[in-house]
Design a protein around this ligand. Structure first.
Ligand code: 13P
Length: 280
């Protein structure tokens, strides 16, 4: 069925983290859903605003809903890192079941004000909201740049932000970086423990899942992360496989034969991640 992420958190309580996988094109979608079904696990499919624009909001939302409604598992469609409140409202109106407002670059009071506006609009329509406090940042050329401790989420800020805004999920910065695929993050577990004890029922979200080792991903799921985002690893896998299939193609080779192996490849990556995320 088609659900929001708050409903998925309730369903998954005590079972570890839910995988949130970034969709880059519609072609990837059926393989992603099949992976969740094979693992009998709920799944969050998330898109950037760029992906949503590339596919087209209505086609994207309807496609996810059609698959979710006939699926054996529960699925949410989530707008990842969006700074545009009007676009988020449009996504909510058209049928996303969850959205993230990213005001992490703003002063905290402004972040709270904007996030609150999104939460009010979303909750009236049964849609869940993720916010962000602290700065997660991005890797350069896939390698992490030394992380400044000042970018870590401050537990008192996280608590204040969560109470003021009423978000369902909160992205926190504990050492991970987006787009890190050539090195592995060093996780600040002390901070994770403190955030977990302060934030109670708000679902903590780990961004930059590609750059986290299997052992650390597992430990994050065990220590209270409720949603773990993985994007770059799917894109990387897809590209590596099509780089092998496309050069051998002739004009008579069906695209199915070229893209099928890449879809199988991301399905395997997702299944392996879900195995690490599930603790029960
Ligand atoms: P990666 O692309 O580094 O896996 O991060 C995904 C993410 O956190 C999306 O918000």
């Amino acid at each position: 069925m088609y659900k929001n992420i708050k409903e998925l958190f309730v369903e998954n309580e005590g079972k570890g983290a839910i995988g949130a996988f970034n969709l880059h094109c519609l072609e990837m979608l059926p393989a992603m859903v099949k992976a969740a079904e094979e693992m009998n696990s709920p799944m969050i499919i998330q898109t950037s605003a760029g992906t949503a624009e590339y596919i087209g909001l209505e086609l994207l939302i309807k496609s996810v809903k059609v698959l979710a409604e006939k699926s054996t598992v529960n699925i949410a469609l989530h707008m990842d890192h969006c700074k545009d409140i009007e676009l988020l409202k449009k996504c909510i109106d058209l049928g996303y079941s969850s959205v993230m407002y990213d005001g992490s670059a703003l002063p905290i009071e402004e972040n709270i004000k904007n996030t609150k506006e999104v939460v009010e609009y979303a909750h009236q329509r049964g849609v869940s909201v993720e916010g962000e406090v602290g700065t997660i940042g991005g890797a350069e050329e896939g390698v992490v740049v030394e992380k400044d401790a000042a970018m870590y989420t401050k537990p008192e800020d996280a608590l204040y932000f969560a109470k003021e805004t009423g978000v369902d999920a909160l992205a926190v910065s504990i050492g991970t970086t987006h787009g890190q695929y050539k090195s592995k993050a060093k996780i600040n577990y002390e901070l994770l423990t403190e955030l977990k004890s302060k934030l109670g029922t708000v679902g903590l979200v780990l961004h930059g899942g590609t750059g986290v080792s299997d052992a650390d991903v597992r430990r994050c799921a065990e220590e209270g992360m409720k949603k773990i985002n993985v994007g770059t690893e799917l894109n990387k896998t897809y590209i590596e496989i099509v780089n092998q299939t496309f050069p051998k193609a002739t004009p008579l080779t069906s695209l199915r034969k070229l893209l099928g192996p890449a879809n199988d490849g991301i399905k395997k990556v997702i299944i392996d991640k879900i195995r690490l995320f599930k603790i029960n």
